[in-house]
Structures are given as structure tokens and as C-alpha cells.
Design a protein around this ligand. Structure first.
Ligand code: HEC
Length: 127
């Protein structure tokens, strides 16, 4: 056990190249954090009815939210229209950065205004 701990400590304090020996993607962190218990991540079929009730679909969340906002929101430091997020992110700030960086990159590939573009929950005012 001690050996394992010292190995982890060693990895944490050595170069970033070594640290990424155990890479984690935003998607892996999302799954491990059980975000999908509440959030859909799939693009709706073209032409399908879009369910805009309940927790927002995060498939194209990058169209409405910036990484900085998500970091603060997931740490419950800021509100969304007077409401804090339901759950606080319990992982490391490094994981939160990877997760929100990935989420911010999720943008609709189809030009806005295209009739086939899936409609997603609009961001409430206040950024
Ligand atoms: C218990 C259910 C629940 C869980 C689990 C949950 N969320 Fe949420 N989340 C919500 C609800 C409900 C909202 C919308 C209302 C609000 O602002 O709180 C929301 C809003 C968001 C938003 C803003 C979306 C938008 O369209 O503006 C982001 C980003 C987000 N959640 C990310 C996450 C991430 C990442 C996780 C996993 C670490 C997660 N959520 C886990 C319920 C949940």
C-alpha cells in the first residue's frame, strides 16, 4: 500500500508527460461522475420531437456555455437563473478542467438555422 501511495505521489510531482501516463478524457470523467443519470448526451434524431423539459441535454452544451462558467457552476460558486446546480463536482480540479474543456468543445456541426439542426435548450439569460 505504501509503495502504491509513494508511486502516486511520485507521479503527481513529476513532469506532466509522466502524469498523463493515466490519461482521462472528458467523456470518461463524465461517465465516472454519473452526469448521465440526469443529462442526455445524445443528439436527437433529425426531425424528432425534442424534449426540453428536465435537465438540459449536454450534447451541444458548448454552443451555450463557456468552460469558465461551467467550472464555477459545477463547483456551485455561481447560479443559473438563481439556482445552483443540483450536484457539486466531487472530483479533482484537474478532472473538472478536462471535463469542462471537453463539454465546451461540444458544438453543433450543422449551421444554425439549418432545419435539420437539432434544437437544444436555450441558455437562460445571464450567460
Ligand atoms: C441530479 C441530477 C443532475 C446530475 C447528476 C447532474 N446534473 Fe447538471 N444539471 C441538472 C439540472 C436539473 C440542470 C438545469 C438546472 C440548473 O441550472 O441547475 C443542470 C444543468 C447543467 C449544466 C448547464 C447546462 C445548460 O444548458 O446551460 C451543465 C453544464 C451541467 N448541468 C453539467 C453537469 C455535469 C458535468 C454533471 C456531472 C458532473 C452533471 N451536470 C450532473 C441536473 C443534474
Amino acid at each position: 500500500m505504501l509503495k502504491v501511495i509513494s508511486a502516486i505521489v511520485l507521479i503527481l510531482f513529476t513532469s506532466p508527460a509522466v502524469r498523463s501516463a493515466e490519461p482521462r478524457t472528458g467523456e470518461e470523467i463524465l461517465k465516472a461522475s454519473k452526469c448521465q443519470m440526469c443529462h442526455k448526451m445524445t443528439a436527437p434524431e433529425a426531425g424528432a420531437e425534442i424534449d426540453t423539459t428536465g435537465p438540459p441535454n449536454l450534447r451541444f452544451v458548448g454552443d451555450r456555455r463557456q468552460q469558465d462558467w461551467m467550472v464555477k457552476f459545477l463547483k456551485k460558486e455561481i447560479d443559473n437563473n438563481g439556482m445552483k446546480h443540483k450536484v457539486i463536482f466531487k472530483g479533482s480540479s484537474e478532472d473538472l478542467a478536462i471535463l469542462t474543456g471537453w463539454l465546451a468543445s461540444l458544438k453543433q456541426p450543422i449551421a444554425k438555422g439549418d432545419s435539420l439542426a437539432p434544437v437544444v435548450t436555450p441558455a437562460p439569460s445571464g450567460k
